[in-house]
Design a binder for this molecule. Structure first.
Ligand code: ACM
Length: 273
């Protein structure tokens, strides 16, 4: 399976421009699955709830999802992107997974970071895993199991653990990272759950309101053994596509005696709430 990320800068509020730039970047290479950054079409640094509402879109009826559905169909690919979702009165920091046959899934960011708490409603959907088809070398169709989480979800190990327990082979991770820790932390997240992870981050600086945010780039694909299969720079717009075998994420055995999921002693862990 060929999987890739788009690492890009985006101009705040210029939805069409950002969307077309992302599509241009995707169109340069062939992949079965692409991951793009969090809020890739709007930018991140909102200064009012009005702005968030003005840039929010319905899923799947809004223009961004509709355009991506067309691209996924035309290029026979699946795409994960982050965008602002409007659902009734609620505004979510969301991601969509679209494929050649239509909308596959929606995720609403559960762990909101910093001022996001002023703008967004916390995600109210459970983590989920979705099948995504790709062609095997022999020409048959295989299915990878895809989970989604968004940026700051990484700092809560429960996010990826839940996706691993649900059977994810690949966790797609649109991000707008500003703290420096995540790219290295994803090595541990991948290793402890034995899953592939694809983090697609932004680059560039946003200076709106009182603060300036610098996005750290370093998008990456990490393998189930914690190996960094590819990692981008911290400054350039880049795409990267590599071949992986999603099935390698399914055997959770570490050695003859240990299994990463079956050896959990949940009796001794704190429960809900
Ligand atoms: C983040 O969650 N965008 C840092």
């Amino acid at each position: 399976m060929k999987v890739g990320f788009v690492q890009m800068d985006c101009r705040f509020g210029e939805v069409e421009k950002n969307l077309e730039k992302a599509i241009g970047l995707i169109s340069r290479k062939k992949a079965d699955l692409w991951v793009l950054p969090e809020l890739f079409n709007t930018g991140y640094q909102f200064v009012s709830k009005r702005e968030v509402a003005d840039l929010a879109e319905a899923i799947p009826g809004g223009p961004t999802t509709q355009r991506l559905l067309a691209v996924a169909k035309e290029r026979r690919t699946s795409i994960v992107v982050g965008l602002v979702e409007r659902s009734g009165k609620a505004l979510y920091n969301a991601s969509v997974l679209v494929g050649p046959r239509g909308l596959i899934g929606v995720y609403r960011k559960i762990h909101l970071f910093y001022e996001e708490k002023k703008w967004f409603t916390p995600g109210n959907l459970p983590f989920e895993v979705y099948p995504v088809g790709y062609k095997s070398e022999k020409g048959g169709t295989l299915r990878a199991r895809i989970g989604m989480m968004i940026c700051f979800d990484w700092i809560f190990p429960e996010s990826m653990r839940t996706l691993a327990l649900l059977g994810a082979d690949i966790v797609c991770h649109p991000a707008n990272l500003v703290l420096p820790y995540c790219p290295d932390a994803m090595v541990t997240r991948s290793l402890e759950n034995h899953v592939f992870t694809i983090t697609a981050n932004r680059i560039g600086v946003e200076s709106r309101g009182k603060e300036s945010l610098r996005y750290i780039g370093r998008s990456e694909v990490v393998g189930p053994g914690g190996e960094i299969l590819c990692r981008a720079s911290d400054k350039k717009e880049e795409t990267s596509v590599i071949s992986i075998d999603p099935k390698l994420a399914r055997n959770k055995r570490l050695n003859r005696f240990n299994d990463l999921l079956k050896d959990r002693r949940s009796l001794f862990y704190l429960g809900r709430g």
